[in-house]
Design a binder for this molecule. Sequence first.
Ligand SMILES: [Mg+2]
Length: 167
Amino acid sequence: MLEMFFPDIYIKSIFDLPLDDLKKRGINTLFFDIDNTVAPFDVAVPDEKTAGFFGKLKEEGFKVCLLSNNNKKRVELFNRPLKAHAVWKAGKPGIKKLRQVIRKLGETKYTSAIVGDQVFTDMYCAHRAGILAVYTEPICSRDQLITKVKRGAEKIVLKIYKKRAGI
Ligand SMILES: [Mg+2]
């Protein structure tokens, strides 16, 4: 049961994404959580390094989509320089909107991965949809209040995961 919250791949930051490994697994579409995955939750626009990385992902042939539970204003503003696909109010860990956009992009659960910093939303969402779950350590310890509450339980899940994975 706890496995529903475990990452398939664990990385320190999005810049450590194993692109060749993902390609070998047949993944060509990456769904990114925004807050504390791609940027601190209280930073409105991506920095140059992040924008450059998204450019690189596209050059490497990946379809890139922001998948955020945050609101339209936050997601649209953040996405302006990235020009990625974007879904706001995604309802993670619900999978309805995720499935819709996977279909819209002409992809499948086998070609998609979610990259995110929360086990109860991002990882759970990925597993429910049957897609690859990539966990990144949160960018900073500042969190929205609602997220803060979940972090305690999250720590326990990750501790068990790491012990089993030998990390
Ligand atoms: Mg997040």
